[in-house]
Design a protein around this ligand. Structure first.
Ligand code: FES
Ligand SMILES: [Fe+2]
Length: 446
C-alpha cells in the first residue's frame, strides 16, 4: 500500500464529506489554523529515539519551562532542586536575601559535583539555608550564587573567587509561576512567549489558592501521548464512565467541547457547566460514596468558597474567552509540557510532563485550594484531589497500550476529528520547533 497516496485520497474524501454536510468553516476548530490541514497524522514524533534527541535541544533547551510556584519558596533562603534529565541538568531554585527568585545549574564550580541532592544524588531536595555547601570539598555559595568559601584557598593558583559563581539560568516569575529557560539568550521574554491567550489568566487570584496536594507518577509513554489524553474530552465517556458529573451526563452519547482556542504554541479547552448544585442533580449511585458524603469530587467541592475574588463574576474575562455560560473548566495547555486547569468551583490544578526517555516520562500533579478554614473544607479538598488523581490515573492506565500500539508501526498515520484539534495542534507545533531548530542551528533547509 502506498501510504502517501492513501493519505491524499482520504483527505479528499474527508473534504467532500465536510462540504456535503454543510458544516460551515467557522464551526471547524481545526479550520482556524489552516496550516494544520485535516489529513492523517503520524506519531513518529512519539516513538522515534532520534526525534526525542532533537526535542531535547529544540524544545526543552529553548522554551520557557514551569518548574513550580513561588509558594514553594516561602521565605528568604528557601530553595528546591529540580532535576531536568530531558535537558541533561539539575537546577537550584532559590529566594535570595533580596527576595528575588533565581535559578542556577546545580553543579559545583570546583570539580563538577552535583551541589544539592536528597538522600542520594538522583533525588531532589528542598529546604531553607543561607549558603549552599558542596558535599565533596566544602566549597560554599551564597543565595545569589556567589562563591563564598574555598577550603585552603591559598593552595590555588591565580585564584579569584569572583570568577567562580554558580552558573545562572534565566528565571522569570509570572502570576506566581516560576519559569526557567535554558537557552544562552532566550529568543522571547516570558510574557512574549506566553502570548495574549495564556496571559488572559492574569488577575486570577492564584495567591489566595495556595493549599497544595502534589503527586508524581512514572508513566510508560512518550510525554506527548499523555498531553494528548488531557487535551481532548472525546475519550471521557468511555475511559471515565464511572465518574459522572451532571454537566458531563451527555458523555453517554458523546460530549462535545464547546470552545477550543489556539494561540502560538499554546492551546485552550473550555467546558460548559451546569445550573444548580450537584447534590440536586446527581443520583448517589453515580458517584463514589465518599463524594456523596463529603459533597466534593471530580469537579471540586460542590459549594464554591465564599471568597469574592473567586466568584466567577470577578474572574478575568480571559479565563473563559469563549464566554461560556454556564462555564465549568478552562484547560490551558502551555507549551511545551505545562497545564493549568481552572475550575469554576474555586480551585485549580497543574500538570507537568517531564520526559525521561523516548517512551517514558514523569507526570507531576498539583491540586490547589484556598487554605482550609475548618476540618470539613480540608476533607473536601483532599477528596477532590484524590478523586481527580483517580481520573488522571485512569488516563495513565491506557498510555502504555497506546505507546505499544504506536511502536508496532503497523500503522503510520491516524485520523483526528475536529474534537481532537488540540492533539493535531500539539504535534504540529512540536514538529515546527524541531524544524526551526534544525534550520537555525544546523542549517538544515526547511
Ligand atoms: S566538587 Fe564541590 S567542592 Fe569539590
Ligand atoms: Fe481523561
Amino acid at each position: 500500500m502506498n501510504i502517501a497516496t492513501d493519505v491524499v485520497e482520504r483527505d479528499g474524501r474527508e473534504g467532500r464529506a465536510m462540504a456535503r454536510s454543510g458544516k460551515p468553516p467557522e464551526a471547524s476548530w481545526t479550520g482556524r489554523v489552516p496550516e494544520m490541514g485535516t489529513g492523517l497524522v503520524s506519531y513518529e514524533d512519539s516513538i522515534s529515539p532520534e526525534f526525542y534527541e532533537l526535542e531535547r535541544e529544540a524544545i526543552f533547551r529553548r522554551a520557557w519551562l514551569n518548574v513550580g510556584r513561588v509558594e514553594q519558596l516561602p521565605r528568604k533562603g528557601s530553595f528546591f532542586t529540580k532535576d531536568l534529565g530531558v535537558a541533561r541538568t539539575s537546577l537550584i531554585l532559590t529566594r535570595g536575601l533580596d527576595d528575588r527568585v533565581r535559578a542556577f545549574h546545580n553543579v559545583c564550580r570546583h570539580r563538577g559535583n552535583k551541589l544539592l541532592w536528597g538522600e542520594t544524588p538522583r533525588e531532589e531536595t528542598r529546604g531553607t539555608c543561607r549558603e549552599f555547601m558542596c558535599k565533596y570539598h566544602g566549597w560554599r555559595y551564597g543565595l545569589d550564587g556567589a562563591l563564598k568559601f574555598v577550603l585552603q584557598e591559598e593552595e590555588y593558583f591565580d585564584f579569584d573567587k569572583a570568577e567562580f559563581p554558580l552558573v545562572p539560568v534565566h528565571c522569570e516569575v509570572w502570576e506566581g509561576f516560576v519559569f526557567v529557560n535554558l537557552a544562552d539568550e532566550p529568543s522571547q521574554s516570558l510574557p512574549e512567549f506566553l502570548g495574549p491567550m495564556v496571559r488572559g489568566l492574569e488577575g486570577y487570584p492564584f495567591h489566595l489558592v495556595t493549599e497544595r496536594y502534589a503527586f508524581k507518577a512514572d508513566i510508560l509513554s512518550n510525554w506527548k501521548i499523555f498531553l494528548d489524553a488531557f487535551q481532548e474530552y472525546y475519550h471521557a465517556s468511555i475511559l471515565h464512565s464511572q465518574q459522572q458529573v451532571p454537566a458531563l451526563r451527555s458523555f453517554q452519547t458523546g460530549f462535545k467541547v464547546p470552545h477550543f482556542q489556539m494561540d502560538g504554541p499554546h492551546r485552550l479547552v473550555s467546558t460548559g457547566g451546569w445550573k444548580g448544585v450537584p447534590r440536586h442533580l446527581t443520583p448517589p449511585h453515580e458517584m463514589y460514596p465518599i463524594e456523596h458524603v463529603t459533597e466534593a469530587g471530580l469537579m471540586g467541592p460542590w459549594e464554591r468558597p465564599d471568597i469574592p475574588e473567586l466568584d466567577p463574576v470577578n474572574l478575568p474575562a480571559g479565563l473563559n474567552p469563549g464566554g461560556l455560560d454556564p462555564w465549568s473548566i478552562s484547560n490551558f495547555q502551555i507549551f511545551p509540557n505545562f497545564v493549568i486547569l481552572v475550575y469554576e468551583r474555586g480551585w485549580y490544578l497543574t500538570y507537568q510532563y517531564w520526559p525521561t526517555s523516548p517512551n517514558t516520562h514523569t507526570w507531576e500533579m498539583s491540586y490547589y485550594f484556598p487554605p482550609s478554614r475548618n476540618a470539613s473544607e480540608r476533607i473536601r479538598h483532599e477528596v477532590t484531589a484524590v478523586v481527580s488523581k483517580e481520573a488522571g490515573l485512569q488516563d495513565a492506565g491506557t498510555l502504555d497500550g497506546t505507546q505499544l500500539g504506536l511502536e508496532s508501526r503497523v500503522i503510520d498515520a491516524y485520523p483526528l476529528s475536529d474534537q481532537e484539534v488540540t492533539v493535531r495542534h500539539l504535534h504540529k507545533v512540536v514538529g515546527d520547533w524541531v524544524r526551526s531548530y534544525l534550520r537555525d542551528e544546523q542549517g538544515v533547509p526547511a
